[in-house]
Ligand binder design. Structure first.
Ligand code: AMP
Length: 188
């Protein structure tokens, strides 16, 4: 099973991905986590992407596609992947379709978490206080939302045309959203 958790920054993708990992044993593939780990470790890749992440811009498609490609065997062995924060551009989505196709696999469902902007900003500001992520300052948060609407939201019709899009209300509590995701995934 390959699931994309889709939505703007702060919509709860990471939180819900972790729940699916715990409940279903699938593997979370978060390009944001992978890039932050590379940055923290000071690898060559980390140094190359640090300023881009801190500004809330997107790193190049080639970089994130390669990060995902490397992790697909592990997800396949676990019986499923939850893509979190990837794909973020149409080129990334096309590359994912091709990579999975080569492995006789496919994206099974795209769960779109719908949350209004005001709530997203509130959640991200709160996360900034709790975790101190350098890209959670108000200015960068606004840029990340703009980048989402400009470059990532155009994926919604792409997934819809494939008949894979399942919109879920992301405004409720963590448990409520998890229940809505489970219902969307398990609906025959
Ligand atoms: P996230 O934790 O998913 O919000 O990602 C944090 C940052 O990592 C983003 O603001 C981008 O700079 C970068 N990033 C993560 N995933 C991608 C992706 N799929 N494509 C391009 N940049 C990404």
């Amino acid at each position: 099973m390959n699931i994309i958790l889709f939505g703007p920054p702060g919509s709860g993708k990471g939180t819900q991905a972790k729940r699916l990992v715990a409940e279903r044993g699938w593997v979370q593939l978060s390009t944001g986590d992978m890039l932050r780990a590379a940055k923290a470790a000071g690898t060559e890749l980390g140094q190359r992407v640090a300023a881009i992440i801190d500004a809330g811009e997107l790193v190049s498609d080639e970089i994130v596609i390669e990060l995902i490609r490397e992790r697909l065997p592990e997800a396949e062995a676990a019986g499923g992947a939850i893509f979190d924060g990837f794909p973020r551009t149409v080129a990334q989505a096309e590359a994912l379709d091709a990579l999975l196709g080569e492995r006789d696999s496919q994206v099974d469902a795209v769960v779109e978490l719908k949350v209004i902007d005001e709530e997203l900003i509130q959640r991200l500001v709160k996360r900034a206080e709790e975790e101190g992520r350098p890209d959670d300052t108000e200015e960068v948060i606004r840029n990340r939302l703009k980048v989402y609407y400009d470059q990532t939201a155009p994926l919604i019709p792409y997934f819809d045309e494939q008949g894979k899009l399942k919109a879920v209300d992301g405004m409720g509590s963590m448990d409520e959203v998890a229940a809505s995701i489970a219902a969307a995934l398990d609906k025959k």
